[in-house]
Design a protein around this ligand. Structure first.
Ligand SMILES: [Zn+2]
Length: 142
């Protein structure tokens, strides 16, 4: 094989791998790797588990300042972390539960191959919601 052809093929392979890894990084960015989204899908309207420390039951209510909506978490440390995230546009955000969220959750449910069936979420459309990396993790209570 001549050297020029070899070089061209090498460069082409490098470009392809770079594109694949960039795509992967973008995919990973929005992915929630802990159990917060799974907990949400398992108990959608219940505020059952803490979305920050996802192994803990949510036991205390906290009111989000200037919004008046209540979130249920395991402790005030988690509340501070979540408020910090919201205020700095990192990880956490608040918005209204919408049809795109249901699409994203369906994809997530399929990708993770979850053993329980997908819940009926249409009844929650329009509810104020806490998001973690753009995925719903808890419906807030007014
Ligand atoms: Zn906590």
């Amino acid at each position: 094989m001549n050297t020029l052809l070899f070089l061209r093929i090498t460069i082409l392979i490098l470009i392809i791998f770079t594109l694949i890894s960039l795509f992967r990084i973008k995919e990973e960015f929005n992915r929630v790797t802990d159990e917060s989204v799974v907990n949400f899908l398992r108990y959608p309207g219940e505020q059952k588990k803490c979305p920050h420390m996802t192994g803990n039951l949510a036991s205390s209510n906290f009111t989000i300042p200037e919004l008046g909506y209540t979130i249920k978490l395991c402790c005030s440390g988690c509340f501070n972390s979540i408020l910090n995230g919201i205020n700095n546009n990192q990880v956490y955000s608040i918005g209204e539960f919408n049809l795109d969220d249901i699409d994203d959750l369906e994809k997530y449910h399929l990708e993770r191959n979850l053993e329980f069936s997908f819940p009926d979420l249409n009844q929650y459309l329009g509810r104020m919601t806490l998001y973690k990396n753009e995925l719903p993790v808890q419906l807030l209570v007014s």
